[in-house]
Design a protein around this ligand. Structure first.
Ligand code: NDP
Length: 415
């Protein structure tokens, strides 16, 4: 522990300073400095390097999403104004069909890779792997015995050729209720020394975020009335079909569903970049990038399916450290498992997807969006929280709105 009173500050590196000392070096106006100091907390200061303050993101609730027969209230954290309203609208439509049915499609293991290059004798590598299989499993168990005690740990190993001289030893690891990035990397570090005779060829041992063994699907069948009639249902299918053939449309459609899926992931302290990286890779699994969700008309109903690779946890990482992540999980239920959370993330993605597709083929996305955007605009031009509803109401009645017009109406409101 450094005794700061005895130290000349200029001799310290930035990361060695306290959060307030770091702020002092940034030449900030007093009001900015105070605001940043007021947003600090001790826990967050221990989680990242060079910490100075917290950046909070609004959290709201997706209320009453029917998922496998149970209604859930799901916290979502997002900075985008219209996302939570749209998710709730989407959930209402999904619930009209009896809610979402979800399924875990794979064995739910995370993949760790031992990356090998400059291979001259692929067969020798294969023979070595077979001969040392038991030793590898024993070492994996010894490296992380507590995950084995929970029923997890290394479950399988496969050698996969990448090119003529590159291969990946794929290690399939069950990380139970943890997302597992650190668990996987720890186990890989434990078993890599077994491959010592190939040591010059081993590039790295690292998890893969392409979580193809953690696939979750969500399906829904809706009466046409849920979306406002057969004509709208057919237009939803048509625009989704577009997303299966046009990468420009697919990217936007997928971004829209991650508005929901990532907001759920972030609210409970999970790694939403991992979710999105895996999802976008999965969207390109056939070689071309396409829409992740599929909508069709079957037996006079609108059927929607979304399958995503989902690596999340309900323990470990920032999830256990950040009180707000714990609070968000508590909103969902008393003991939420990683598998339950996976199902919710994909179901919310489907709700968000439906709400967006329905909006753009019927009323247009702007109608719902703008009311929420005007709230943000009102705050941006200095309206107080009390003034926001009245100003927003006024702005939604206008055919054109910009900062000058909004300011003018705010001033009139105050007269
Ligand atoms: P941790 O390293 O915190 O591991 C989770 C720990 O939780 C386990 O080791 C275990 O410790 C404990 N635990 C308690 N109960 C359970 C349970 N029921 N199931 C499983 N574990 C339990 O976190 P992760 O390995 O999950 O790593 C997640 C973090 O890694 C995320 O914050 C992520 O952002 C980050 N990360 C992501 C990377 C990527 O995606 N590429 C790369 C590197 C890091 P014990 O057995 O001792 O009780």
């Amino acid at each position: 522990m450094l005794n700061y009173s005895l130290i000349d500050m200029s001799e310290l590196k930035f990361y060695e300073l306290t959060p307030n000392q770091r702020l002092e070096t940034l030449n900030l106006p007093e009001n900015v400095m105070m605001a940043l100091k007021n947003a600090q907390d001790l826990v967050s200061g221990q989680i990242i390097e060079n910490y100075v303050s917290n950046f909070t993101v609004p959290m709201g609730i997706l209320k009453h999403l029917l998922l496998d027969g149970t209604a859930y209230n799901i916290p979502m954290a997002t900075e985008e104004p219209s996302v939570i309203a749209a998710a709730n609208h989407g959930a209402k439509m999904l619930n009209a069909g009896g809610g979402v049915h979800t399924e875990l499609l794979t064995d739910n293991t995370m993949i760790g890779q031992i990356l090998i290059h400059q291979i001259t004798d692929y067969t020798a590598l294969q023979v070595f792997l077979t001969a040392h299989r038991d030793e590898i499993f024993a070492k994996a168990q010894a490296t992380h015995p507590s995950i084995v005690a929970r029923g997890g740990g290394l479950k399988n190993i496969e050698l996969r050729m990448v090119t003529d001289n590159m291969a990946s030893i794929d290690c399939f690891i069950d990380t139970c209720d943890a997302m597992g990035a650190n668990i996987v990397n720890t186990i890989l570090a434990g078993i890599i020394p077994i491959f010592d005779i190939f040591h010059t060829q081993i590039l790295a041992g690292i998890l893969s975020n392409y979580a193809t063994q953690q696939l979750v699907s969500a399906t829904v069948c809706l009466p046409f009335s849920a979306v406002g009639g057969q004509d709208i249902a057919e237009r939803i299918v048509a625009i989704n079909h577009f997303g299966h053939h046009d990468v420009y449309r697919a990217t936007t459609e997928n971004k829209g569903l991650f508005n929901g899926a990532s907001a759920v992931t972030l609210a409970n302290g999970n790694d939403w970049r991992a979710l999105e990286a895996a999802g976008h890779a999965y969207a390109a699994k056939t070689g071309g990038y396409t829409a992740l969700a599929t909508w069709s008309i079957e037996q006079q109903q609108l059927k929607g399916t979304l399958t995503l690779p989902v690596s999340v946890g309900t323990v470990g990482g920032a999830i256990s450290a950040l009180p707000q992540a714990q609070n968000a999980l508590r909103i969902i239920g008393e003991r939420v498992s990683a598998n339950q959370l996976r199902r919710m993330i994909v179901a919310t993605g489907l709700a968000q997807n439906l709400a967006a597709l329905r909006a753009i083929v019927s009323d247009g996305i702007q109608k719902g969006h703008m009311r929420m955007q005007y709230r943000a605009l009102a705050l941006q031009i200095g309206a107080t929280p009390d003034e926001v509803p009245q100003l927003t109401e006024k702005l939604t009645q206008l055919s054109r709105v910009d900062t000058t017009i909004a300011t003018q109406y705010l001033n009139e409101l105050r007269e």
